[in-house]
Design a protein around this ligand. Structure first.
Ligand code: DQA
Length: 146
């Protein structure tokens, strides 16, 4: 059995569909998980889809992905802009990493313009709404099969 792709979501993304829908849309994280699951099946990939509001829990999943995961797609939420610890964990992961943001962070406050995770990610998708996860999954398919 091929190794799965870890799809990790950071703080407040459990409120997707409810918080600031004018920025993040009306789809829930469960909708996103279901859409990713369906696409992954089409692409012949397995996924582990997780969300946590806690930095250490996200880091534990990144560590788990070492050895157990083929790649990581991550929307670190606000930890994107603050967490050297998540960057360090990512640097200890050997497979491809893709970073996803639902909103276009570059069109927003300047503190959202810097991402620690981008120092590690092979690619970044921002501003494509929740479709960004599906685009990242397609790209991940190419990265893990090349
Ligand atoms: C986000 C953008 C971040 O700046 C923000 O803190 C989030 C969500 C996005 O998906 O657009 O929580 O990562």
């Amino acid at each position: 059995m091929a190794k799965p792709i870890y799809i990790l979501n950071g703080p407040n993304l459990n409120l997707l569909g409810l918080r600031q829908p004018e920025i993040y849309g009306r789809e829930t994280l469960e909708d996103v998980a279901n859409a990713c699951g369906a696409l992954a099946e089409d692409l012949g990939l397995g996924i582990r889809f997780h969300q946590s509001n806690h930095e250490g829990v996200l880091i534990d999943w990144i560590h788990e992905a070492r050895g157990q995961g083929a790649g990581i797609i991550i929307n670190p939420g606000a930890f994107t802009h603050t967490s050297v610890a998540i960057l360090d964990a990512m640097n200890a992961f050997e497979g491809p990493v893709l970073e996803v943001h639902i909103s276009n962070v570059h069109k927003r406050e300047s503190f959202r313009h810097h991402s620690y995770v981008s120092l590690r990610a092979e690619g970044v998708i921002a501003g494509f709404g929740t479709e960004g996860y599906l685009l990242a999954l397609r790209r991940m398919r190419s990265l893990v099969s090349s």
